[in-house]
Design a protein around this ligand. Structure first.
Ligand SMILES: Nc1ncnc2c1ncn2[C@@H]1O[C@H](COP(=O)(O)OP(=O)(O)O)[C@@H](O)[C@H]1O
Ligand SMILES: [Mg+2]
Length: 254
């Protein structure tokens, strides 16, 4: 199982959009995918129609050792796509992890409890911070996927993100590698957006996916219908972009 942290400390980069819709496109292509919603805001859970606070033990309890991690897995409307939902209580869990020795390695232990061989890909939708939840995601991951909004204000953050990944690799997780940088919300009509993609290409070369995710209203609408874009608007440009990304992703990840 490839374990992919979808990472960018900047909010609005396209992390949740990518975790949900790349996951759905891979499932559509016959892969078995598990998404872990690791953001207390629970965007991925809501997008996939899973109410996070329904009284059942959740992630916070599992991280504290009071619930079994594999019991948190839920089916979604997409065959082959499952989710471990988030809850607001995850932000409290982050605080209690801070008081534990090795608090950044708890998720890695939990992931080891998942049934071996049941999924091809495990995505962690990271919160928009570089706190302990994100460090747990990076410690548990084999790969990092970095979505970047095609906006000039987003560029400087990516370099420091790469530095963070390098530090985590050195100190916590020697097996961690960046599987790709993804240009999101690319607007073909603006020169500015195309210029940002060119700068990303110069900076990251082959690490930049040649697939770009364009600005598409169906992508923005689909969370309100609790469906990934591949179900909500199967022939939309947004669905096609994520299918193209799924093909390139499967080809490149090793
Ligand atoms: N390609 C896109 N086209 C249109 N809207 C998008 C696109 N990607 C993301 N959005 C919208 O931008 C907002 C932020 O995206 P999101 O994936 O939640 O970012 P993050 O998880 O990095 O904070 C969401 O409201 C989402 O619907
Ligand atoms: Mg998000």
């Amino acid at each position: 199982m490839k374990r992919v942290a979808v990472l960018n400390h900047k909010g609005g980069s396209g992390k949740t959009t990518t975790a949900v819709n790349l996951g759905a496109a891979l499932a559509e292509a016959g892969k078995r995918v598990l998404v872990l919603d690791f953001d207390p805001a629970a965007g991925a859970s809501l997008w996939l129609g899973i109410a996070s606070e329904d009284g059942r033990p959740g992630l916070a309890q599992a991280l504290a050792g009071a619930a079994a991690f594999p019991d948190l897995v839920r089916e979604t409307a997409v065959a082959g796509l499952e989710i471990i939902p988030a809850a607001l209580s995850l932000s409290k869990a982050e605080k209690s992890l801070a008081g534990e020795i090795g608090g950044e390695a708890i998720l890695k232990k939990k992931v080891a409890d998942l049934p071996a061989g049941r999924w091809d890909y495990f995505f962690v939708d990271c919160p928009p911070t570089l706190g302990l939840l994100t460090l747990n995601a990076l410690s548990a991951a084999s790969h990092v996927l970095i979505p970047v909004e095609a906006h000039v204000m987003a560029l400087s953050g990516v370099v420091s993100l790469m530095e963070t990944v390098a530090v985590v690799r050195e100190r916590l997780n020697p097996g961690l590698s960046v599987c790709g940088v993804l240009a999101c919300r690319v607007d073909r009509r603006t020169l500015h957006s195309m210029e940002v993609v060119r700068i990303l290409k110069d900076k990251f070369g082959p690490l930049l996916y040649s697939t770009q995710i364009h600005e598409n209203v169906k992508l923005a609408e689909s969370p309100s219908f609790a469906k990934p874009v591949t179900l909500y608007a199967p022939s939309s440009p947004g669905a096609e972009d994520y299918r193209a990304l799924a093909r390139e992703f499967m080809e490149k990840i090793s």
